[in-house]
Design a protein around this ligand. Structure first.
Ligand code: SAM
Length: 233
């Protein structure tokens, strides 16, 4: 009931097929988590709240209809997989530097029968320079990957001009925002707009940080793998 309650609170449509896809995803996650490190959240209700409903918060701030999205550092598929399940007409790319996690996601995609969803094993720093991916997405999203200054360099290059980078952040964000100001500016992002949203069926409050890309990102960025985190802009 927690999942359905939460979906109702978020005004998100669901049906038997979508709920079955979530169950298949959960079962596979729990099974594979025994042999590889995918998540610390294994309780079913916690999975619904802290992974599924939390991931779906993006739909509360942007109309997802027909959007082309990239999830940077997707890990076990958050927020990308729940978004794809409940908003099937989005096109989504899941990128992660750990191949084991990408193999797991390929299994999830096969098991759930999701379409228009792609996985990439690689680093954001490399793919952000690749002309096939650079400045070609409507939205880049990321949850629990890095500080906002580092994340901006990893995520903003993927976004088309006038489109959005959205970071899922915790309630403590003020210092991070100040530290990231310079990076966001260099990478052609707008001043961040913060949308505070409560995760349904919990006391958790998320800060969704929304940055619009004003002009093209300078060719110099992203820098080589590892440099954004070693020497944040
Ligand atoms: N987004 C997921 C979530 O919220 O549960 C996973 C978060 S996990 C803590 C961070 C993930 O980011 C890891 O799977 C890691 O391999 C990936 N990652 C970190 N730096 C990366 C980079 N530069 N390029 C691609 N993936 C990266």
């Amino acid at each position: 009931m927690t999942l359905i309650n939460g979906l109702k609170q978020l005004n998100i449509e669901y049906d038997e097929q979508k709920l079955k896809q979530i169950e298949d995803y959960y079962n596979l996650l729990i099974e594979k988590n025994k042999v590889m490190n995918l998540t610390r959240i294994t309780d079913r209700e916690d999975f619904y709240v802290k992974h599924v409903l939390d991931s779906l918060l993006l739909s509360q701030i942007i109309n997802l209809s027909d959007q082309k999205i990239i999830d940077i550092g997707t890990g076990a598929g958050f927020p990308g997989i729940p978004i794809k399940i409940f908003f099937p007409d989005v096109e989504i790319t899941l990128l992660d530097s750990l191949n084991k996690r990408i193999s797991f996601l390929d299994e999830v995609i096969e098991k759930t029968g999701l379409k228009k969803i792609y996985t990439i094993h690689g680093r954001a720093e490399d793919y952000g320079k690749n002309p096939e991916f650079r400045e070609s997405f409507d939205i880049s999203v990321s949850r629990a990957v890095a500080d906002l200054s580092v994340l901006s360099e990893l995520c903003i290059p993927f976004v088309k001009k006038d489109c959005f980078f959205v970071a899922y952040k915790s309630s403590e964000i003020d210092k991070e925002l100040i530290k990231a100001k310079n990076a966001i500016n260099i990478l052609s992002g707008s001043d961040p707009y913060i949308n505070k949203i409560k995760v349904p069926c919990s006391d958790i409050v998320r800060n969704m940080v929304i940055i619009k890309k004003k002009i093209y990102t300078p060719k110099l960025y992203p820098r080589n793998p590892g440099i954004p985190s070693k020497k944040p802009l």
